[in-house]
Every structure is written in structure tokens, then in C-alpha cells.
Design a binder for this molecule. Structure first.
Ligand SMILES: Nc1ncnc2c1ncn2[C@@H]1O[C@H](COP(=O)(O)OP(=O)(O)O)[C@@H](O)[C@H]1O
Ligand SMILES: Cc1ncc(C[n+]2csc(CCOP(=O)(O)OP(=O)(O)O)c2C)c(N)n1
Ligand SMILES: [Mg+2]
Ligand SMILES: [Mg+2]
Ligand SMILES: [Mg+2]
Length: 344
């Protein structure tokens, strides 16, 4: 046991507080590993993952830090959902089927047990939703902000992971769902929305997209079959398409007037057109952006309809120095002062 001193009882909880680090692991984390044989009930130094013949493991890691990726007083269930979903989004973007995940929690020593209980309830809900299990991880204390890290594991047929490299001149550019919703919501939750916006604006669906993105796993098999390159949009549409352009060695051109926007986003943009830059570069979308040969355009759109994921053609791939150009409705390039989020 490494616990130091008594842990205060969780607010509103009749059960006695779980004692120390291992008490918390027993009560809150072990149930999340149940049903996955390679997790060994979180009783060992490591877990194992069986990889069927002909398949390959896809591994991705994303961390979230309080104050950087979420607000410290966001509901713990939502923080858990976003943590899992941003990782599942990377698996979807690579054409993978999710399997299991590992979790590192770095929590302040005075973190209330109720916070951990609610965080783990959030993980449990999404485990059921996406058919995944906790495989292992680590629990540490920190004198800094809450820091949460997930490594997600998924499977693809060997050699078939969708790469960022592979876009070719003549390909078309597509994006799933709608873009900009989360970035607009972030302005709202930070109190930075423009004064010009209608008082009655409906922020709820936008804030839901910020806190609980929907990983586009349903489209992953189609992406594997049809895309020449792909990724998920975390930093911002322009920045992330720039990653495809850079590693594929191509130029990308997209049309602002073709961007798929939600009804709520359309209303805000009608009142404050400058918000278009936020939509294009604000990030937190967790939609899939990808390229595919023009001859597959009909197949891409049909695949989207078949799996219930909206897909929109927004541009094309050209020969030229790696860059992303955004054209307005008249075909003129739109100046942007940044492409997307950067940590440093
Ligand atoms: N600290 C790190 N250690 C090892 N690899 C890293 C680290 N940070 C980023 N990477 C790698 O750099 C690349 C770009 O990362 P990132 O932009 O965060 O991808 P994503 O947006 O999908 O999370 C990825 O291949 C990622 O694995
Ligand atoms: C409180 C708060 N501030 C700012 C943001 C916006 N934001 C933070 S990190 C980020 C980019 C995505 O995070 P990152 O760690 O770069 O994920 P990755 O690209 O590795 O998937 C964005 C848009 C946010 N979501 N919450
Ligand atoms: Mg990352
Ligand atoms: Mg990604
Ligand atoms: Mg990033």
C-alpha cells in the first residue's frame, strides 16, 4: 500500500472511501478490465493482446491535460468520453476496428474519489458503446493539472492501415460529418464569442460536439477500401489537410462554400462571417478528412450513405509544393493567419 493518510469519503456516497492507490484501482479500474482475458483482471505487470493471423495491430496515443484540452470543472463523464473518443477517432482514421486501450491517470493527491468514480463511469459507458476494454495502465499523482493518457489498440488486415501518405494529383478531398462545431463551442465556453451573435443562438448541440465527439468508426472499413490517404481532424481542417499534403508531396485545394456545416454553425456564421476562420482552423472536430481517386467519388458517397456517415466532397489534390489553399465562392484564395492548433 502506498496510500498516505485517510481518504475523505466521496461526496454523496454511502460506501466507505476506497483506501489508497490500490483501493481505487480495485474499485474503479478493475471492473473496466472485466471480460478481456489479456488484462488478467489488472493483477499483473502487463497485459497481452491476441492478434489474429493476417491482422496487424494499430496503436495510437493521445493525452489530454486540464486547461489545455478540457476545462477543469467539465463533467468527469464527458472528460472520459472525450479521452476515449479522440483515440478511437485515430483508429477510425486508420481504418482500424478498436479492441482495447491502456490508461494513465495523473491526478492531484486531493482529487476527490467522486471525481474518479464519475470519470470511470464515463469510461464504462463508452466501453459498452464501442465494444472495447481496459487492458492496463498506470496511476500516478501530480502536483500539476489532471493529465490523462490513453493508448488505443485496433486491428486492420496486415498492410492495410490507411496512411497520411498516398494522396495523388487528381484525387478528390472529402470530409465526414460537419466541421467547426466544436471550435465555435469553445469560443462560447471560454466566453470569447463575438458580440454580433444572436442572443438566442442554440449552443447546446455545438457544446455537445466539443465535449463528446463521435468517432467515425462506422466509416473505417470504407475508408480502408476507398481512400488514398486519410486522418482525423484534431488540430483544424486546414492544418490537418496540410499534414496529408506534406507527407504525400502534393498541394490541396478546398472550397469554403462546400464545407459541411451544422444548422447551428450556419446560423452563427450568417451573423458573424469572420467565424469561417474558426471553422477552418479551430480543430477538435474529430471528423475524418481523406482523399480518394476521382473515379471513386460515387463509391465514396454511396459508402457514406450505406453506413449512415455523411460525407462531403470539399476539394481536390493537385501537383505542386505541399500546401493547403482555401478558395471562397468566387474562386479567390482566402487569407488565414494560422492553419490550426499547435502546442508549441
Ligand atoms: N512524444 C511523442 N513520442 C513519440 N511520437 C510522438 C510523440 N508526439 C507525437 N508523436 C508522433 O508524431 C506524429 C504526429 O502526432 P499528432 O499530430 O499528435 O497525431 P494525431 O493528431 O493523430 O494525434 C504521430 O506519428 C505521433 O505518433
Ligand atoms: C480548454 C480548452 N482550450 C483549448 C482547446 C482547443 N484545443 C486544445 S488541444 C487542440 C488540438 C487537438 O489536441 P492535440 O493534443 O493536438 O490532439 P492530437 O492532434 O494529438 O490528436 C485544440 C483544438 C480545448 N479543447 N479546450
Ligand atoms: Mg496526438
Ligand atoms: Mg489523428
Ligand atoms: Mg494535435
Amino acid at each position: 500500500m502506498t496510500g498516505q493518510g485517510a481518504t475523505p469519503a466521496a461526496p454523496g456516497s454511502a460506501a466507505p472511501a476506497a483506501a489508497g492507490e490500490f483501493g481505487r484501482i480495485d474499485r474503479y479500474l478493475k471492473p473496466l478490465a472485466q471480460g478481456y482475458p489479456g488484462a488478467f483482471g489488472l493483477t499483473d505487470d502487463a497485459g497481452t493482446v491476441a492478434v489474429p493471423a493476417g491482422m496487424e495491430l494499430v496503436v495510437t496515443t493521445d493525452a489530454m491535460v486540464a486547461g489545455v484540452h478540457f476545462l477543469p470543472d467539465d463533467p468527469p463523464e464527458d472528460i472520459a468520453a472525450k479521452l476515449l473518443r479522440v483515440n478511437l477517432s485515430d483508429l477510425a482514421a486508420k481504418g482500424a476496428v478498436p479492441l482495447a486501450y491502456s490508461l494513465v491517470t495523473a491526478l492531484p493527491r486531493d482529487c476527490a474519489e467522486d471525481w474518479l468514480a464519475r470519470f470511470c463511469a464515463g469510461l464504462g459507458g463508452d466501453q459498452q458503446r464501442y465494444g472495447i476494454h481496459l487492458l492496463g495502465g498506470d496511476s500516478v499523482s501530480t502536483s500539476g493539472p489532471v493529465t490523462l493518457t490513453v493508448s488505443a489498440l485496433g486491428l486492420v488486415p496486415a498492410g492495410r492501415m490507411v496512411r497520411r501518405a498516398g494522396a495523388r494529383p487528381g484525387d478528390l478531398v472529402f470530409v465526414t460529418g460537419t466541421v467547426g462545431d466544436a471550435a465555435l463551442a469553445l469560443l462560447r465556453v471560454l466566453g470569447r464569442e463575438p458580440a454580433a451573435l444572436p442572443q438566442a443562438a442554440d449552443w447546446a448541440p455545438l457544446v455537445a460536439r466539443l465535449r463528446r465527439p463521435e468517432p467515425r468508426l462506422a466509416f473505417a472499413p470504407a475508408l480502408r477500401d476507398l481512400a488514398s490517404a486519410g486522418l482525423d481532424v484534431s488540430d483544424g481542417l486546414v492544418a490537418d489537410l496540410g499534414h496529408i499534403a506534406a507527407v504525400s508531396g502534393v498541394a490541396i485545394e478546398i472550397r469554403a462554400d462546400r464545407l459541411p456545416l451544422s444548422a447551428a454553425a450556419r446560423t452563427l456564421l450568417a451573423a458573424a462571417p469572420d467565424l469561417l476562420a474558426t471553422v477552418l482552423t479551430g480543430g477538435d472536430d474529430y471528423e475524418l478528412a481523406f482523399t480518394a481517386p476521382a473515379a471513386r467519388e460515387a463509391a465514396v458517397l454511396a459508402a457514406g450513405r450505406a453506413c449512415g456517415v455523411p460525407v462531403t466532397g470539399i476539394g481536390r489534390v493537385l501537383a505542386g509544393a505541399p500546401a493547403v489553399t482555401v478558395l471562397d465562392a468566387s474562386g479567390a484564395p482566402l487569407p488565414l493567419d494560422r492553419a490550426g492548433w499547435q502546442h508549441f
